[in-house]
Design a binder for this molecule. Sequence first.
Ligand SMILES: NC(=[NH2+])NCCC[C@H](N)C(=O)O
Ligand SMILES: [Mn+2]
Ligand SMILES: [Mn+2]
Length: 299
Amino acid sequence: MKSISLIGVPMDLGQMRRGVDMGPSAIRYAGVVERLENIGHTVRDRGDVLIEAAERVQDPSTNLRNLKAVAKGNTELAITVDKVITEGDFPLVLGGDHSIAMGTIAGLARHYSNLGIIWYDAHGDLNTGETSPSGNIHGMPLAVSLGIGHPTLTSIHGDSPKIKPENIVIIGARSLDEGERTLIKEKGIKVYTMHEVDRLGMTQVMDETISYLKEKNLDGVHLSLDLDALDPQEAPGVGTPVPGGATYRESHLAMEMLEESKLITSAEFVEVNPILDEKNKTAATAVALIGSLFGEKLL
Ligand SMILES: NC(=[NH2+])NCCC[C@H](N)C(=O)O
Ligand SMILES: [Mn+2]
Ligand SMILES: [Mn+2]
């Protein structure tokens, strides 16, 4: 059994829709602590990282919305994640918009020199200010962690690159911007789009992902799960829904296979927006997936 530290990150400055800052509360309300304790894990809820109420700003010269406030919140998060690992706990981060992956990975990078990343998402989140159609930083954290982007972001809690392109697997992609596609090809990032999920089935996608990562001699693997990877019918409470996503069942299978692989050393569940949700369905889905990732079994 694991000793898990929960870290809430009420961040909504990485995108424009209000409400995603309430994601951590919604996931707690959906019973995440009880769910993990029922499996037999020890859970320590560290509360929420402080995200200051910032005036929303758009600097046309950088095309990065709320740059300073996003960097500040992520620095706080990186410090917390760093500390949780030092204390020997498994960090489970609850978002908040996906810009918080920059902070989580920055904290992890102090402890793992060859970290693997599973990016379960409809999007690549590989934009920079130059390639982003929106200026929203939640579309950039994977690029930032690779050392690509504005220095205010790439320098959060230490120098970048914090991860290597060959250690990343993106699963569930179905919305990629031009610059992201170029970067994926240039860096040779492994991507299973929804086309591959349909064609191969989730079992093979996960089997291949797990073997691919096992060959890399990694010292840890981080799961960054954006709820918009799931189909909007099953996870409606997200800010940037894209039709044609992974089902609830496929996603459960993915979590169960990751649990069996024993590879995962940290995880985050992001983009839950209770204002856009239907009766907290998306937060409940997040909790159910967390259950599977941490070894919940029927029999
Ligand atoms: N974490 C997310 N939901 N990202 C959505 C990003 C959407 C789009 N690619 C953009 O850069 O604006
Ligand atoms: Mn997404
Ligand atoms: Mn994302």
